[in-house]
Write a protein of this length. Sequence first.
Length: 456
Amino acid sequence: FRIDLELAIEYGYYTSYNNNSDSITDDDDDGQNSGAYIFRPTVPNQTLHTLPPCVATNEADAVQFIPSEIGLEVHTAYGECGKCWIRQIVRVVKDQPWIEVEYKVGPIPIDDGHGKEVVARFSTPSLQNQGVFYTDSNARAFMKRIRDYRPSWNLTKSYEPIAGNYYPINAAIYIEDSNASVTLLTDRARGGGSILDGTVEVKIQRRTLVDDHRGVDEPLNETTGGMAPYPPYGDANRIGGGVTVSGVLRLMVGGGSSGARLARSVMDDIFAQPLIFVGSAPSSSSGGINAKERNLSDLRPSFSVLSATPKLPPNVFLVTLKRLYEFESDSGTSSLLLIRLAHQYGHMDDVDVMSKPVQVNLQVLLDPDIHRVVSVTEKTLSGNQNWTSFVETKYNWTEPVPPEEEPFGRGHHTQGGDTDSTTITLHPLDIRTFHVLVDLPEAAEELTSVDRRDKN
């Protein structure tokens, strides 16, 4: 399956509204500044001021193509007036369905006396989304957005056609038509929208020069040296130059009306990336090492409490796996684990495959050589009370639902080693939380002995 799209990546900025120097000819203009809580361009329908690639005067500013065994990197710098203050690395990695865009922004220049709202825009002219785009709601359901439209009231005039069409993005934004889809994934919460058909833009950095009078009582002008104390102890002036920030976006392209499916397949990967730690330990064959070093040398090069087979279904995300506490029981050493599982797809995201309900057996999810499941009790999302107790005591706004009709078999509780009784069902966008009581076989006790000795 192949999709051919012309795609452009642009960087630019909107200037921030400052009522000390800017004015809008409109009876309804209240002089609201752009600041920490408010995004407002100098002119409501301001055209994005795009930055050209830098003219290379040194190697750092030159466009560089860096091939490797795993893919290709393209390094580009952007700026104007002799200042290169946005740097981009585009990565195409073998066997990955996305294009990665890593950016570094700053310090944002303010020599012209204007604050700036810095944006990355991705354009594909052939895609006609007709003012419709989709953003996630706390990384769960996707919300349909329509440019210059509000579903709950009649928007007769768009006073802020740029800022008024920006929406919060926690994980992804996408546009689509019947022929193609473009999905943009983000590594952090940010604002964005589709201001023009065939485009997706997201805010990547801001620097304003006046307060928006919404509570912070200072401009959004972060500097490397912080700021002087407030009066009467100082003048509250900023110290140093503007800060530099970096981030990662991932771009995916697919067939018509597939934006949600594309996003769901990888959005958790970018939002919850692995944490990498590096360490070393002396060889067990080296002489003269002390007891602590011998414990370190016992560490295994790899370890997982999850079973190698079967693996988690491809539409299930392990949100939490945490040992709450360990104790001695009649059967030996036991642990109480907190396990939280999420179904990654919505009802209509991939109807034929990924959006279907899926079953997970908690008994075989964990490596039996490490943890032997004794009992499973479903908790509320936060894990602070049993699901059954929550259902019994919550206020019912409608007619009570009999326990046998409780949707999706919630309130799961099992006791004993019956593997069928530890199987739970996840429906689209479900997040379910469990306390899992486990025994640690002797082999597992040996594997965790170093950890316990360190704690003692």
